[in-house]
Write a protein that binds this ligand. Structure first.
Ligand SMILES: Cc1cc2nc3c(=O)[nH]c(=O)nc-3n(C[C@H](O)[C@H](O)[C@H](O)COP(=O)(O)OP(=O)(O)OC[C@H]3O[C@@H](n4cnc5c(N)ncnc54)[C@H](O)[C@@H]3O)c2cc1C
Length: 553
């Protein structure tokens, strides 16, 4: 079967990276066909569900908060965090990282601003590091939250594409799953796949995979924008890096089921080189969603620094593995304990100020751009979604006293791993340090530093207090699971987003953007991320591919 070209460019996937590529092509008058396995409800992919956190460097919001950031500092942080150490596989990722930091410190904010982006003025401080000046982590707060969270970010692009959609230059083949890339005379010439049965599933809900037909579409070039592997636990386990220990037996899933990673193998079969597949970015603070949207749905707590973090056996995690400091080192440590879960011990006072939940639906005030609701965050009381989790979440235990709390924690796991006397000794030792405004506990010292940053002091970091102070109570224990999320490796690409073949040459006709390309190059984050750089990586790589294609076609 041979078919005529249906568009200048086929884009596989309607996530943020695909939308960003299409926006450039559409503005330049090119014809685009999106081929997407889900229904029209799902345009925006994961980005719609996201918190909309964006990594900007030396932004007006940072400057207004007295943060002195710079390209130099950000690039230093990036390199220390990425830890690039592979000759061949880090060749393009290093160059993408450099280009991306230039973008984040340069035109990124103004470019998005021209499209209508607004950001929340208080800049968040994710991945604080803590292991030293030359170790991983953000030296300063850089996490800028989109006003309207993920849906508002997606809307910037659907709005930009609307005239081309109306004119028929951008079209969508929904419920079309690509199973094969057509390769002719050494170049990618189109896609083949299965038509999936119609689905009226709501956004994010796993849809049927029953096929009702085949399809074949051709174009001058194909852009793979299909996302990572986080929705397929078997793939996550298969590529789990040995350096992090044995893959967890139990993990929650932090992404919809369509993040299935199938296009990686499809692209490899067509001649793409896959690199850095053992690099992934999962979270250690996952909680079971009591109201799941996708299978095994977990939510990430975006924690402030004050909760006492205990492993499954009741031993405090070592410094600097405090909540929100070093995701990968914490993952490695947790897996070295031989157990998959850990515990936060907090007070009501900590929960109220410090528990954010990642995801647009968990932040109705920011997502709904509702100032009145937002102001309630500063007034105290747990935000509605956090309060709902404390009441309904299976991982939350609320008790007035520590003996009751520890007994309930043991009852929840059914394993009796926690010895009350040991837990009490650690809590009491920590609390005793609060008799003076100084002391030897590194976590309390870190909290003091965090509170020097005004937005943290006002809305993010609770005033240090004794966990056993009844006035701060009740006590709350949260059982935390590992939660899958981001894929840091993938399809190797050059700086024009062209796919690289195993021999190091370009595979003509094929481009890759977003998470499937490790956000650019096949892994621009290296081993670890500074956060807010995933959405940004989709925007930057998508834009790059769109511009490069327009220049070459
Ligand atoms: C809850 C949540 C919160 C997040 N918060 C943040 C944040 O604050 N900051 C940040 O930087 N990042 C965040 N992220 C990560 C970020 O949203 C994603 O990494 C990014 O959106 C991935 O975009 P993408 O376009 O590469 O892929 P996706 O959004 O996964 O889209 C890929 C699309 O391709 C389709 N597809 C896949 N295979 C095929 C096939 N064979 N045929 C046809 N179609 C196919 C899929 O159905 C999907 O629609 C968050 C993610 C989640 C889930």
């Amino acid at each position: 079967m041979s078919t005529a070209q249906v568009a200048d460019v086929i884009i596989v996937g309607t996530g943020l990276a695909g939308l960003a590529a299409a926006a450039e092509l559409a503005d330049a008058g090119r014809r685009v066909l999106f081929v997407e396995q889900e229904n029209a409800e799902n345009v925006g992919g994961q980005a719609y569900w996201s918190f909309g956190g964006l990594f900007f460097v030396d932004s007006p919001e940072q400057r207004r908060a007295g943060i002195r950031d710079s390209h130099e500092l950000a690039w230093r942080d990036w390199q220390a965090t990425a830890g690039f150490d592979r000759d061949r596989d880090d060749h393009w990722p290093r160059q993408w990282a450099e280009a991306y930091v230039d973008f984040a410190a340069g035109e990124k904010r103004a470019w998005l601003g021209r499209m209508g982006l607004k950001v929340f003025p208080a800049v968040g401080w994710a991945e604080r590091g803590g292991a030293g000046a030359d170790a991983p982590g953000n030296s300063v707060p850089r996490f800028h939250i989109t006003w309207g969270t993920g849906p508002a970010l997606v809307e910037l692009f659907t709005r930009r594409l609307a005239p081309a959609v109306a004119a028929g230059r951008v079209r969508f083949a929904h419920r079309h799953r690509v199973d094969e890339l057509i390769v002719e005379a050494g170049a990618v010439a189109g896609v083949r796949g299965s038509v999936l049965e119609p689905s009226d599933a709501a956004r994010g809900v796993a849809s049927s995979r029953t096929t009702v037909g085949d399809f074949e579409f051709r174009a001058q070039a194909v852009v793979v924008a299909s996302g990572g592997i986080g929705g397929d636990p078997a793939l996550v386990r298969r590529f789990w890096p040995a350096r992090l220990g044995t893959p967890p037996r139990h993990m929650l899933t932090g992404v919809p089921a369509h993040v299935d990673g199938r296009m990686l193998a499809v692209s490899e079969t067509a001649g793409a080189n896959l690199v850095n597949r053992d690099r992934m970015w999962h979270y250690t603070e996952g909680i079971t969603n009591y109201d799941p949207i996708w299978p095994n749905h977990g939510i990430r707590i975006l924690p402030g620094p004050s909760s006492l973090w205990l492993d499954a056996t009741g031993t405090r995690l070592p410094a600097p593995l405090f909540p929100g400091y070093d995701t990968l080192a914490t993952t490695e440590h947790i897996l070295s304990t031989g157990h998959d879960h850990t515990w936060f011990i907090a007070t009501q006072k900590i929960i109220e100020k410090e528990f954010g939940l990642s995801g647009q639906e968990q932040n109705p005030d920011l997502t709904g751009r509702d100032l009145r609701k937002l102001l309630q965050r500063a007034k105290g009381g747990a935000p509605g979604p956090v309060d709902a989790f404390t009441r309904r979440g299976v991982d939350f235990i609320v008790r007035d006293t520590l003996p009751e709390l520890v007994a309930a924690m043991n009852a929840l796991t059914g394993e009796n791993l926690l010895d009350y006397e040991r837990v009490h000794a650690q809590v009491a030792a920590r609390d005793a340090q609060l008799a003076n405004p100084y002391g030897k506990d590194p976590q309390l010292a870190a909290i003091t530093v965090a509170r020097k940053y005004l937005p943290d002091r006002i809305i993010r970091v609770a005033a240090p207090h004794r966990l056993l102070d009844p006035a701060a109570g009740p006590l709350i224990a949260v059982r935390l699971h590992l939660l899958t999320r981001k894929t840091l490796g993938g399809i190797e690409t050059d700086l024009g987003a062209r796919v690289i073949a195993p021999d190091g040459g370009v595979l003509p006709g094929l481009y890759a953007v977003g998470e499937v390309a490790g956000f650019g190059g096949g892994g621009m984050h290296g081993y670890r991320a500074l956060e807010g750089s995933f959405l940004g990586g989709c925007l930057f790589s998508g834009r790059t591919a769109g511009r490069a294609l327009h220049a070459t076609l």
